[in-house]
Design a protein around this ligand. Sequence first.
Ligand code: PHE
Length: 492
Amino acid sequence: MLKAMLLEPERVWDLAPLLESCGWDDQAHVAGAGGSLAELGLVNQTESRKKIWRLASEGQAAAENGLLEQRIWDWLSQQEGQVGMKELQASDVVEKRESGAGIGLLKDLGIQLERGQFVVPSSTGAITATLEMRAKFISQLSESNGNGVQENDLDSSQIDYFTARKGIITSSEEVTRTWKLTTEGRAVKDSALEERLLVADITPELLQGEEWRSADFKPYDVTREAPTPQVGKSHPMQALIERIRAIFLEMGFTEIDGNYVTTAGWNMDALFIPQDHPAREMQDTFYLDKPKSVPLPSERTQQWADVHESGGETGSTGWGGEFSSEISQKGMLRTHTTVNTVRHLEENPDKPCRVFSIGRVFRKESIDRTHLPEFHQIEGIIMEPGASLPMLVTTLKEFYTKMGYPEVRVRPAYFPYTEPSMEVEVKWRGQWLELGGAGIFRPEVTEPLGVKWPVCAWGMGLERLAMLVLGLDDIRQLYISDLEWLSQQPVL
Ligand code: PHE
């Protein structure tokens, strides 16, 4: 780079001509070499930072089809007579999911909705002026063809307005540098410069030969700017699962697994959830058409019937009423991974254990910022003589501390299958967040299985935890395959 610069010693160079003169194609080389030359006092380096704005996904859609409020306004202006929400929804101007937002935007413009009818103010000059300004701003960004526009060249009130609306514009910072030889730099004699090869990449080929013995190695400078490599890596959810798995294994737990398809018997009856519990209704549970029913041994359903109706041998009075073994045999998708731990106890009633599972569960939830109908739970039990509540709390604390959240507290809660029951909360950015439930399995759960010792049990949401770890405020971000976001995620 110094050689190239010496050909025009008075020139102020920027990136493109330097890349060309040096025969490089990666700007990181210029940034790196320029930085070194500046450190040696041979060049002066200037740096200016600019904020660049671009259209985000919704903004691009607006550039093509017009902003939502513009589309509604255009439609409204063409209508004769009174029209309202009904007509708008019947038209193909807005998609169903947009109509709520559209009405909000119209209201901000001064158009009212009275008894379902739009009421436009008598003077519409202000509305069209506002819409024009917004459209102009969007097309200014759109005309930059993805290169973006410098903040200084944009209307700052429009920037403020659109940053408050989701998905329309995004910004990034760009650094521009120039390099110019200093007096010392200009004094360097080209003939005094010796080109030497510095090895930066240690490759198998290099190590197989002998040359590395006499090679000069380029020292690493971790403060230098470098391109971010776009490499394949685990999805953040997968990486998090691996990390959680490693923590439980390190704490002496063994991993167990189970099927997505189960029966109401194992998902609920075995856990002493009363058969008329509201959570069993269709709204929470995905019952299956195939298999509609899965046969269970009658000894098993009889045991549950005894416990539910009268407490069986447990000393409990049970829930009363009449237990239905048909309900037990209903096929369904598991709603929690507590089925996994209970099935493990059923198969190993007299072997003390520490086991965990990480698995997908299914609930009839509408999708929003904090809910998904398919999500994952981290579940575990400790069964051994002397298993106790303090042991449970300590175990959970240890887990969360290893995850990086040392502040943990528990609060009394209720689950039909544990007594005592608690909610587990961790402190995150100064707030307590609920991450899961825990407790000691009730005798109504353990005795029919033949379990002799107390069982500490817990279950927590993996996506909730992922939101903390990744700093998300919308759970959907985890599964929309947003490549830009995924490529920016650290390797956990
Ligand atoms: N199964 C409970 C849930 O889905 C969590 C839990 C597990 C609570 C074990 C207590 C004991 O929220």
